[in-house]
Design a protein around this ligand. Structure first.
Ligand code: AMP
Ligand code: GLY
Length: 423
């Protein structure tokens, strides 16, 4: 198969690395890709948001199979557009992608499907939103309805903070994404990511994973796209996966099918394990980044075969084969991220790490310049390793991180620590 992967992060490098290991892949393109995807195939200078350009490239280059990585092309309808052009594309339709594209939409589906989630109110008028905050008090959570690159959620500890967040979000800092807000009950608990392959009716959960959203050790500092992840997360052991999928994934599939829009692709539930049981904080309609990197290192099955089965509605015939080891990925970011950061730093040591067994550097914000690899984004690498158990995976990943040389970089030194405390 001739495969086109859309996106440019560590997730897309992991997807192209895994697809390259499928017996079915003939040629891999990545748009726009990065320094890592360039090693697995050919990068194409098209933005992930350029749906028309991507469809025309796919048609012109006889692409058989398209895998969009990020949410933006999915919410822009890339699956519908590719499908109309007769090209197989793994992911949800534009209608189904609203699960991630609109928090109010997701809340409505959750309520109809009977999925446990935080109590909430949805508002389009600033004054009504403010009265709701005055009535409920703090702590309280304010969320911009639309996509805001992970920055549209404010966990307000005081009423004043909540009111200020409303002024900002509804005042236009996120444009149309903030014209509607969801105001939510504050929940306490450990977060975990549950991802499942879906074919419209059947869901096959992957093992649990845990992200580390805050930039600094001990979950302090501002939220980022994710500073590291590992799988499995002891808070949801393999023995509980089916039960979790019954709570957080399968009711959504049933509700979407009932509304005439079966969900195909990856459904990712961001769960908070509260003392009253699991509650869904959000849905994503794609692989998480960085969760994708450790998850795909553990996945033994042929990724293209699973994705094919999802599109054809044959997932009930598939059994996932997962390596028993734990996997852990540490993100190396540019200093200053998630604020402003320098670019163009040379990165050394990638080949040395890739030469180690069961260890892989997934590249995110990188580009090749001649024989050199330079940084070009905030999150630069996700250094990922397998190990017998979480402690060994953590040790092996950090040994690999020590071999990477990049000026003006930062990484967390406690990826996996929360999981280890549970063992
Ligand atoms: P979301 O994009 O909805 O997952 O929110 C981003 C982050 O905000 C989550 O990963 C949580 O850390 C936090 N968060 C979201 N909703 C809540 C909630 N209801 N209670 C406490 N924290 C929350
Ligand atoms: N790692 C969280 C996300 O991809 O949204």
């Amino acid at each position: 198969m001739r495969v086109l992967i859309i996106g440019s992060g560590g997730r897309e490098h992991a997807l192209s690395w895994k697809v390259a290991r499928s017996g079915k892949a003939e040629k891999i393109y990545c748009a726009p890709g990065n320094g890592g995807t360039a090693q697995e195939g050919e990068n194409i200078p098209l933005k992930d948001s350029d749906v028309a350009g991507l469809v025309s490239f796919a048609k012109g280059n006889v692409i058989d199979f398209v895998i969009p990585g990020p949410e933006l092309p999915l919410t822009l309808g890339v699956v519908d557009a590719m499908t109309q052009a007769g090209i197989r594309c793994f992911g949800p339709s534009q209608w189904c992608a609203q699960l991630e594209g609109s928090k109010a939409f997701a809340k409505d589906i959750m309520q109809k499907a009977g999925v446990p989630t935080a109590a909430c109110g949805v508002f389009t008028e600033l004054e009504a939103a403010k009265s709701f905050v005055e009535e409920k008090g703090a702590p309280i959570v304010i969320k911009a309805d639309g996509l805001a690159a992970g920055k549209g959620v404010v966990v307000a500890q005081t009423k004043e903070e909540a009111l200020e967040a409303l002024d900002q979000i509804m005042g236009g800092v996120f444009g149309a994404a903030g014209s509607r807000v969801v105001i939510e009950e504050f929940l306490v608990g450990e977060e975990v990511s549950l991802l499942a392959f879906c074919d419209g009716k059947t869901a096959l959960p992957l093992p649990s994973a845990q992200d580390h959203k805050a930039v600094f050790d001990g979950d302090t500092g501002p939220n980022t796209g994710g500073m590291g992840a590992y799988s499995p997360a002891p808070i949801v052991p393999d023995a509980e996966l089916e039960k979790m999928a019954d709570i957080a994934i399968r009711p959504i599939l049933a509700e979407m099918a009932r509304q005439g829009h079966p969900f195909t692709g990856i459904l990712y539930a961001g769960l908070m394990m509260t003392k009253d049981g699991p509650k869904v904080l959000e849905y994503n309609v794609r692989f998480g980044d960085p969760e994708c990197e450790p998850l795909l290192m553990r996945l033994e099955s042929d990724l293209l075969e699973i994705m094919d089965a999802c599109i054809d509605g044959r997932l009930d015939e598939v059994k996932l084969s997962i390596r028993p080891e734990s996997a852990l990925g540490v993100v190396i970011a540019a200093e200053g991220y998630p604020g402003s950061y320098p670019k163009g730093m040379e990165i050394k040591g990638i080949d040395a790490v890739d030469a180690l067994p069961d260890t892989k550097v997934f590249q995110a914000g990188t580009k090749r310049e001649g024989s050199r690899t330079l940084s070009s984004g905030g999150r630069v690498l996700c250094v990922t390793a397998l190990g017998k158990g979480l402690a060994e995976a953590q040790k092996r990943a950090y040994e690999a991180v020590a071999k990477i040389d990049m000026e003006k970089s930062q990484h967390r030194s406690d990826i996996g620590a929360k999981g280890l405390r549970r063992l």
